[in-house]
Design a binder for this molecule. Structure first.
Ligand SMILES: Cc1cc2nc3c(=O)[nH]c(=O)nc-3n(C[C@H](O)[C@H](O)[C@H](O)COP(=O)(O)OP(=O)(O)OC[C@H]3O[C@@H](n4cnc5c(N)ncnc54)[C@H](O)[C@@H]3O)c2cc1C
Length: 355
């Protein structure tokens, strides 16, 4: 089925009986968020099942949903992933709400044009730090992400890629991103040719992994560019009054692959509420530094955390790491409802690459 059509379709959500209009080529999730309907979702590209709900009437093209995210049985029973559901008629959808995980207040996404302000290789060339200046400020909470909208000249279609905002909301219309270099990736290739002054388009904010800020002690875990949303939270907290105790475990295979080491080191030296451990899995660590630890993030957390019922957890990066750390923390007693994770699923999916 081809979802490219010029027709506007109506989507009605039950049980609240809210109706929205979905633009041609727009997925139902994006249309709902733009219309102010607050829904739970994760990767926005059909790779997790966070936005799975039930089709009651009508038809959608859901062919971009990954088989890992929605089972054959679920499909047979009319389950759909809203993030890649394109209506081919007016539809009615039953929303399954999770009362154990109340959603943060929705900030409606908006589209923005931006100009590249700074672009530089960091982490020994393993990541790119990109700063863009928006034509108009964008409201967001620390921990949220934006989606770049890119033209694919080969197919004539638009391609979307999600990137967490690394800057604090206080930085105004300058947004910083920290992007892992994916050789031959669509955005990875495009990034190589971007220079200051180039124009880009993005929309946001998206994501429900924003900082909850209710004073509970926090443990954070990240690998690679997964540090981006956590940096936003830390930079935001550095500027504000609410400062719970925070411990960050930030991992990479070798020391050079870590980004923002100077900033994180300075923060941990200057603030008594922040501790940081750089976890290095495949290289010897300096014996004269109390910041570096040998082993993976999950191994270090397993050693340090005896019981976690008092903790909130923020976990970002490769989906495999997020799953392992989530499993560990649940086993240590961190309530499921207090674990917030953003799994960096690639949009062009080959899960074997990113486990
Ligand atoms: C909510 C969310 C937030 C995200 N935030 C960030 C962020 O802040 N920083 C960031 O760097 N990325 C982030 N990502 C991932 C990002 O959206 C892209 O998927 C990633 O940058 C690859 O895009 P690409 O166009 O370069 O590669 P694609 O063209 O999508 O992929 C090309 C090939 O590379 C493989 N591939 C893609 N990613 C990886 C990887 N990480 N490791 C190994 N192989 C891979 C793909 O499976 C595919 O085979 C986030 C993803 C999500 C869902």
């Amino acid at each position: 089925m081809n979802y490219r059509s010029n027709t506007l379709y109506r989507t009605r959500f039950l049980p609240d009986d809210v109706e929205i209009t979905v633009e041609p080529d727009q997925d139902i999730l994006t249309a709902a968020l733009y219309a102010g309907v607050n829904l739970k979702y994760g990767c926005r590209h059909g790779n997790c099942s966070t936005c799975k709900h039930w089709l009651i009437e009508g038809d959608v093209d859901n062919s971009k949903a990954s088989a890992d995210a929605i089972s054959h049985d679920d499909r047979e029973n009319d389950a759909i992933l809203l993030c890649c559901a394109y209506p081919t008629s007016d539809v009615v959808i039953e929303i399954e709400s999770d009362i154990t995980q109340p959603l943060p207040e929705l900030i409606k996404p908006e589209r923005r044009c931006a100009v590249v302000n700074e672009i530089e290789a960091v982490a020994g060339g393993h990541m790119t730090r990109l700063v863009v200046e928006l034509d108009e400020p964008l409201s967001f909470r620390s921990g949220q992400f934006c989606e770049f909208i890119l033209d694919d000249h080969a197919s004539g279609e638009q391609v979307r890629r999600c990137y967490s905002i690394a800057s604090s909301p206080a930085a105004g219309s300058k947004l910083e991103f920290c992007i892992k270099v994916v050789e031959r990736g669509f955005f990875g290739t495009l990034l190589k040719n971007l220079t200051p002054g180039d124009k880009v388009e993005l929309q946001g904010p998206f994501g429900t992994m924003s900082y909850k800020g209710d004073g509970r002690e926090v443990v954070m875990a990240a690998t690679g560019s997964g540090i981006a949303p956590l940096l936003s939270i830390l930079r935001d907290l550095g500027e504000g009054d609410a400062r719970p105790k925070i411990t960050l475990y930030y991992g990479a295979r070798s020391m050079i692959e870590l980004g923002y080491v100077d900033e994180l080191t300075a923060l941990s030296r200057d603030r008594d509420w922040f501790e940081c451990y750089f976890c290095i899995s495949q290289e010897e660590t300096p014996s004269d530094s109390d910041l570096y630890r040998s082993g993976r993030v999950v191994e270090n957390m397993a050693r340090d955390i005896a019981s976690g019922s008092h903790l909130d957890a923020y976990i970002c990066g490769a989906p495999g790491m997020c799953d392992t750390v989530t499993g560990l923390l649940e086993a240590k007693g961190v309530p499921e409802s207090r674990i917030f994770a953003d799994r960096f699923f690639p949009a062009a999916i080959n899960l074997h690459d990113v486990k």
